[in-house]
Design a protein around this ligand. Structure first.
Ligand code: NAD
Length: 457
C-alpha cells in the first residue's frame, strides 16, 4: 500500500516507521522544514526507544521518505493519515484547527490524483471529538471532486513503548462507512494484527464501527485509565491516614479478574500530552450535550490535588506553615525525573514542572536531572533550575531528594553514593521506587505514597 502520514510528531513518526516496517511505502509529511530535513538525515526530533533505528532502516530501503510537500506522492496514495496535534483550547475543547487545515490541504493536493483513481482513504488518527470525521468530510467535499472516504482510526500507543504498541496492538478501532475503506484499513493493519495474535491470541482484535463510536472510544479509553489513576491515588492517601499499606491493597484488589492490576500504581498525578487535554475535551462535549460527566470531573479534580502531593509532604517535613514558606527558602532540593513518565522526553503537562514551579516559589533551589527530557525543560524554563549531568551530581549538597519519574535508572541508582553527597538523607518518592524498610535500615528518612514506613510490605 502507498501511505501518506501527515504530521511527524510522536504519533505520525511511529505510524510512518511502523507502516514502512510492515512493507508499505510511506511518505511522512510535516510543515516544519527543519524537522523534515532532520528526519531525512535519519535523526529523530523526539526520543522514542527504537524509533531512530527504524527510521534509518527504512530511509535506507527507500520505503520511507519525508517531505513538506503534501501533494508529492498524492497520485498513487491509497490512504492519507492525519496525525497532527489537537491541543486544548481556552474553553477546554479540542482545538481542531490543525486537523481542519490538513483537510483543506489534502483537498488541494488531491487535484494531483488522476481521473478515475480509487477513493483516497483519509484516516483521522488524531484524537478528536465525536463529529470530527463528518467535519473533515464536509471540509473536503466542499473543495474537491476527487473521490474519498474519511475514516476514524484512533491511536492507543503509549509514549515510551510506542513501537511495541503499534507492532502488537491489543486492538485496532476503525470507524468507517464502506467495505472498501475497511478493506484498505485491513490491508494496512493485517501485518500488525497477525503479529499481535501470534504473541497473544486474545489481542490483535479488529473493531469496525461507525466513525462517531470510534471517536468516542478513544476518549472513553483515556477517561477510564485516568479514573483508575485518580482512584488509586485517593486510596493511597487514605491508606496513609488510616495506617494501611497501598501495596498490599492494590495487589489484592488487582488480583480480582474483574478489576486487574494495570493502572493501579499511586503516583504524583497524571500528566502528559493526552490525558489532561482529552479529559477536558470530553468534559466539554458532555456539557455541550447536557450530559455532565461527574466521575470524570472528580477524576480531574483529584488529579489537580494529587499533583501537589509531594509539595505538601515537603512543606510539612520542613515545617512550612500555610502562610510561612520561610523554612524552604535557600534549601537545595534534588529532583530526579522531568518527563511525565519514563522512557520519553515528553514534558507536556509534566508533573515535575508543577513541582518546580511550586517549590521555586517557596524559595527552594532546585537541581534537576532526567535521562532524556532536560533539553525540553531547558527550552521551556531556561535557568530557573540547575541541570545536573547525572543523578548523583543532582544530589550534591541537597537537603532532600524528590523523585517524579519512574526511570529504571533511578530505581537502580547507587543510593549510598547519593546519600553521601547530600546534606541529609531524605527522600520524597512520588513513584514508590524503593521499599521503605530497606531505605530506613540504610538510614534514610523515606516518604512515599500510601505506605507504612518501617514495616515490611
Ligand atoms: N502522543 C501520544 O502519545 C498520543 C497517543 C495517542 C493519540 N495521540 C493524539 O495524536 C495527535 C498527535 O499527537 P502527537 O503527540 O503526535 O503531536 P505532536 O505535536 O508531537 O506532532 C504533531 C506534528 O504535526 C505537525 N503539523 C501540524 N500541522 C501540520 C500540517 N498542516 N501539515 C503537516 N504537519 C503538520 C507538527 O509540526 C508536528 O510535527 C493528537 O491528537 C494526540 O492527542 C497522541
Amino acid at each position: 500500500m502507498r501511505v501518506i502520514v501527515v504530521g511527524s510528531g510522536y504519533v505520525g513518526l511511529v505510524a510512518a516507521a511502523c507502516f514502512a516496517e510492515a512493507g508499505h511505502r510511506v511518505t511522512g509529511v510535516d510543515i516544519e522544514a527543519a524537522k523534515v530535513e532532520r528526519l531525512s538525515a535519519g535523526r529523530s526530533p523526539i526520543f522514542e526507544p527504537g524509533l531512530e533505528d527504524l527510521l534509518r532502516k527504512h530511509l535506507a530501503t527507500g520505503s520511507l521518505s519525508f517531505t513538506t510537500d503534501l501533494g508529492r506522492d498524492m497520485a498513487e496514495a491509497d490512504a492519507a493519515f492525519i496525525c497532527v496535534g489537537t491541543p486544548q483550547s481556552e474553553d477546554g475543547s479540542a482545538d481542531l484547527s490543525f486537523v481542519l487545515q490538513v483537510a483543506r490541504d489534502l483537498a488541494g493536493a488531491m487535484a494531483r490524483r488522476p481521473e478515475g483513481a480509487k477513493p483516497l482513504i483519509i484516516v483521522d488518527k488524531s484524537t478528536v471529538p465525536v463529529g470530527t470525521a463528518a467535519r473533515v468530510h464536509a471540509t473536503l467535499q466542499a473543495r474537491t471532486d476527487r473521490p474519498f472516504e474519511v475514516v476514524s482510526n484512533p491511536e492507543f500507543l503509549r509514549e515510551g513503548r510506542a513501537l511495541d504498541d503499534f507492532f502488537f496492538p491489543d486492538r485496532v478501532v476503525v470507524g468507517c462507512h464502506s467495505a472498501f475503506a475497511e478493506e484498505v484499513m485491513k490491508a494496512l493493519y493485517q501485518p500488525f494484527l497477525d503479529r499481535a495474535q501470534a504473541k497473544d491470541p486474545a489481542s490483535g482484535r479488529w473493531f469496525r464501527m461507525d466513525p462517531p463510536s470510534a471517536e468516542l472510544t478513544k476518549y472513553a479509553a483515556n477517561a477510564m485509565l485516568a479514573l483508575r489513576i485518580s482512584f488509586i491515588n485517593e486510596v493511597a492517601g487514605l491508606a496513609e491516614s488510616v495506617g494501611a499499606d497501598i501495596d498490599q491493597v492494590r495487589t489484592a484488589i488487582g488480583a480480582d479478574h474483574r478489576i486487574g492490576p494495570a493502572f493501579l500504581n499511586p503516583g504524583p498525578g497524571f500528566g502528559g500530552s493526552c490525558f489532561p487535554k482529552d479529559l477536558q475535551a470530553l468534559l466539554k462535549v458532555g456539557r455541550e450535550h447536557g450530559h455532565p460527566l461527574l466521575t470524570l470531573a472528580a477524576t480531574v479534580e483529584a488529579n489537580r490535588l494529587q499533583k501537589m502531593v509531594l509539595v505538601r509532604k515537603v512543606r510539612s517535613y520542613f515545617g512550612c506553615g500555610p502562610e510561612d514558606p520561610a523554612p524552604l527558602r535557600g534549601r537545595r532540593l534534588a529532583l530526579w525525573g522531568l518527563a511525565f513518565k519514563a522512557h520519553t522526553d515528553d514534558i507536556r503537562e509534566a508533573m515535575a514542572l508543577a513541582l518546580i514551579e511550586s517549590l521555586a516559589a517557596l524559595g527552594a533551589e532546585l537541581v534537576v536531572h532526567d535521562f532524556e527530557a532536560m533539553p525540553n525543560v531547558r527550552a521551556k524554563i531556561g535557568d530557573a533550575v540547575r541541570y545536573a549531568p547525572d543523578p548523583l551530581a543532582a544530589c550534591e549538597g541537597a537537603d532532600a531528594l524528590l523523585i517524579a519519574t519512574e526511570w529504571p535508572g533511578y530505581r537502580d541508582a547507587d543510593l549510598q553514593a547519593a546519600g553521601d553527597r547530600m546534606k541529609a538523607r531524605v527522600i520524597f518518592d512520588g513513584r514508590n521506587l524503593f521499599r521503605p524498610e530497606t531505605l530506613e535500615k540504610a538510614g534514610w528518612t523515606y516518604h512515599s505514597l500510601g505506605r507504612r514506613t518501617g514495616r515490611p510490605s
